[in-house]
Design a protein around this ligand. Structure first.
Ligand SMILES: NC(=O)c1ccc[n+]([C@@H]2O[C@H](COP(=O)([O-])OP(=O)(O)OC[C@H]3O[C@@H](n4cnc5c(N)ncnc54)[C@H](OP(=O)(O)O)[C@@H]3O)[C@@H](O)[C@H]2O)c1
Length: 240
């Protein structure tokens, strides 16, 4: 079957873009909306997420939630369910970056920031929405990781450890989804993300190896037209 939603005859899929207020969130939400999905974006700051949703296009619904709080994420699901919305897919774009000079100066505060952004938010979102995704006709969960995980350095120790944990959790979801037939969890891997504003601000830079957020967005939309069996548990490299 085609996994692209149709208005007549087939269900329109509800996609939650968590961490939707940055350039990647705007691009992903916009592309999903153009693809016919019903899109909800989440950020912790109301002004930022509302402005981003407006940029992504008409019909993108901004939601405010601190995804680092499990009870808050449960409330988010409850409020969606109260309006008759069951989420089919989560595209998780929360992460963050911290680096250091080497191992000794990897700070506790940087680790706490990364654990919260890259791991805790992903754990919370997946724990709350897992059953909905597993029950969907086209359940999808995707996170964005980094090529740095495959090439750890002393300077990136906390970052790669946090991202590796998030990847491992996503693969654990994939193992669970392998019994669900129509659902898939995947890791999308980039070296760096680049967007039009970054190119405008730094016309002298070539951004080698960086993935344009439009290409990330196209890859996300493509997840819904690939059968779950072939996708589930994949680590898909999106570097150009
Ligand atoms: N940028 C890169 O070069 C790069 C490289 C490799 C991998 N990645 C990964 O790609 C993904 C997207 O990256 P990005 O740089 O576009 O975004 P990001 O800076 O990692 O995440 C920003 C988004 O997450 C939201 N957010 C942060 N904490 C939150 C919380 N507690 N609750 C709810 N929302 C929260 C932010 O909105 P608010 O602050 O308004 O809440 C914003 O929408 C991330 O997973 C990142 O790790 C990025």
């Amino acid at each position: 079957m085609s996994h692209i939603p149709a208005v007549n005859g087939a269900p329109v899929l509800n996609v939650l873009v968590t961490g939707g207020s940055g350039a990647s969130g705007i691009a992903v939400a916009g592309a999903l909306r153009e693809g016919g999905f019903r899109v909800f974006t989440v950020g912790s700051d109301r002004t930022r997420i509302e402005e981003a949703a407006a940029q992504a296009g008409d019909g993108v619904t901004p939601l405010v939630c601190d995804l680092a709080g499990l009870a808050d994420v449960q409330s988010l699901r409850d409020s969606l369910a109260g309006t008759g919305v069951t989420i089919d897919a989560v595209i998780h774009l929360v992460g963050g970056w911290r680096g250091a000079k080497g191992i000794p100066d990897q700070s506790d505060s940087d680790w706490e920031f990364l654990e919260r952004g890259a791991i805790t938010t992903l754990r919370n979102v997946s724990r709350v929405f897992y059953a909905d995704l597993a029950a969907s006709v086209c359940g999808r969960f995707a996170m964005v990781s980094s090529t740095a995980v495959g090439k750890p350095t002393a300077a990136t120790a906390s970052y790669v450890a946090a991202k590796a944990a998030a990847e491992a959790w996503t693969m654990a979801m994939a193992e669970g989804f392998s019994r669900a037939e129509s659902s898939a969890a995947v890791v999308l891997v980039v070296k760096a993300l680049v967007d039009a504003e970054m190119r405008k601000q730094h016309p002298e830079r070539a951004f080698p190896g960086a993935t344009d957020v439009r290409d990330l967005a196209a890859a996300v939309v493509g997840l819904f037209s690939s059968p779950a069996g072939g996708l589930n548990g994949q680590r898909l490299l999106l570097t150009p």
